[in-house]
Ligand binder design. Structure first.
Ligand code: SF4
Length: 247
């Protein structure tokens, strides 16, 4: 699998899907209730075409073959709804990985979202490359949160490890989803974007005719996350500042 960065993420997604999908089953390593969104039942998967500097699941996404077990969509729905009944939670998501890597993982996801009200957390790469997939989410009981990795090609590349020419794919996905009537919005990492990065993203969204809210999240400062960010040129002191020395 492609490991050198920056990578062609479309190629990496195809390679990743070949590892984490088998006979319509996908690799998951954990099922749990978490506090996010006021309480959500979460299926943690492996496999992503990006390798973000701040990914809390970096090790598993770097070596997805070593982690998780293949689960059918029916099995995933059963595990999720069982936790939901026990914890009295009515919201679901897949986390830790990119749910859409290609046709096989997308078809698997379409069955998993039948668990109930679903928040699809995605990096938007494949949904941007395949607008037909994004459109198929219209009319389903889903909302889509797209994690935007940068405000321009360079910042996108430094965070995601994917080549800068793919920077606009997640925004294309966002526009397509909103056009299909899906509640979809972008989320940015406030520590890295700052007010200026967020302003530049908002200006680009305006230029592309995308009108929706921007969610701001903040870093989970695990030691390996800080180390990965430093390696890619994001220095941390009291805050995190941009250092021009990666790629
Ligand atoms: S897009 Fe999400 S799952 Fe994929 S590497 Fe980045 S943070 Fe991790």
């Amino acid at each position: 699998m492609t490991q050198a960065l920056p990578c062609d993420p479309i190629q990496r997604a195809a390679e990743m899907e070949a590892i984490v999908m088998q006979d319509k089953k996908r690799k998951y390593y954990r099922f749990r209730a978490s506090r996010h969104y006021g309480g959500i039942v979460t299926a943690d998967a492996v496999g992503c075409p990006f390798l973000c500097a701040y990914c809390w699941n970096y090790g598993r996404n770097e070596s997805p073959g070593k982690f998780g077990e293949f689960c059918s969509a029916d099995n995933v729905v059963e595990k999720l709804t069982s936790i939901a009944r026990r914890k009295k939670i009515r919201l679901f998501r897949v986390s830790g990985a990119e749910p859409v890597l290609g046709t096989a993982s997308f078809d698997h996801l379409l069955k998993v979202v039948k668990a109930g009200r679903f928040i699809i957390e995605t990096n938007g790469l494949i949904l941007g490359a395949r607008p037909d997939m994004a459109e198929r989410l219209g009319g389903l009981n889903v909302a889509v949160r797209i994690s935007i990795k940068g405000w321009d090609g360079q910042s996108f590349e430094r965070v995601s490890g994917a080549k800068r020419e793919f920077f606009r794919y997640p925004l294309i996905a966002l526009k397509t989803l909103i056009g299909a009537g899906v509640d979809a919005w972008p989320a940015v990492m406030g520590d890295l974007f700052g007010p200026e990065g967020t302003r530049r993203l908002a200006a680009l969204m305006e230029e592309m005719g995308i009108r929706t809210r921007i969610e701001t999240e903040y870093l989970e400062r695990y030691p390996f996350v800080i180390s990965n960010l430093r390696h890619r040129g994001w220095e941390t002191a009291d805050g995190i500042s941009w250092q021009r020395r990666w790629f």
